[in-house]
Design a protein around this ligand. Sequence first.
Ligand SMILES: Nc1ncnc2c1ncn2[C@@H]1O[C@H](COP(=O)(O)OP(=O)(O)OP(=O)(O)O)[C@@H](O)[C@H]1O
Ligand SMILES: [Mg+2]
Length: 230
Amino acid sequence: MNRLFITGTDTEIGKTLVASALIRHLVAADYRVAGMKPVASGCENTDEGLRNDDALKLIAAANVELPYETVNPFAYEPAIAPHIAAQQAGRLIDINRIGQLAHSIDADYLVVEGVGGWCVPLGESRLLAELAMATADEVIIVVGMRLGCINHALLTAAQIERDGLSLKGWIANFVDPDMQAQSENLATLQTLMPCALLGTLPWQNSDRQIPELKIRGTNLFKNDFSCSRL
Ligand SMILES: Nc1ncnc2c1ncn2[C@@H]1O[C@H](COP(=O)(O)OP(=O)(O)OP(=O)(O)O)[C@@H](O)[C@H]1O
Ligand SMILES: [Mg+2]
């Protein structure tokens, strides 16, 4: 079982789109893949309960079916920082519970989307790093390719290593079609990042379909001894 935690250089830089594309890539390679968005604010109040768009997208991409409450156990309606939403709702984020759920899932791959960037508080002096540690073995950084991303990417990678988590690699998401010197920025990051570039996601002019991730090299499957077909 491979458990991957998807974080990013910021909120709204494409974690969900990249996580969905990654899930689809793994499904296409014949793996059984599940997704989780354990903590989500900005949820919609429906007849079935609170529903989060990111969680629904991960469910749609995955091929291991799970109850909604397993994918997204901590859902909050206001689109605010999760520790504040949790406090307002009177339902604190229970990292141990999330860890138990993550470890109860039977799949070849579990892809867990974080929330916001890396240093997001989850309440009671706990940070996203603890959630990553409880749910996954390796972290993938989605770098939203736009001005300022080199600083954000290097700080994020350095902090993940300082927190004692293992970096699987990073994915360049071309979220800004007007970004200048894209290939030069990509080359600079490839030189300076302490982990491998796993793939890239070009800018999409439509969000109707899950886009195809352009995988680089063999690093994505490097630690995967569960299957002989790759
Ligand atoms: N490569 C891309 N091309 C075009 N649009 C993109 C790309 N990546 C992300 N977007 C768009 O940017 C927006 C934010 O993407 P997404 O929801 O995946 O970000 P996120 O990091 O998961 O955000 P959050 O922090 O809210 O979870 C979405 O509208 C998405 O369709
Ligand atoms: Mg998201």
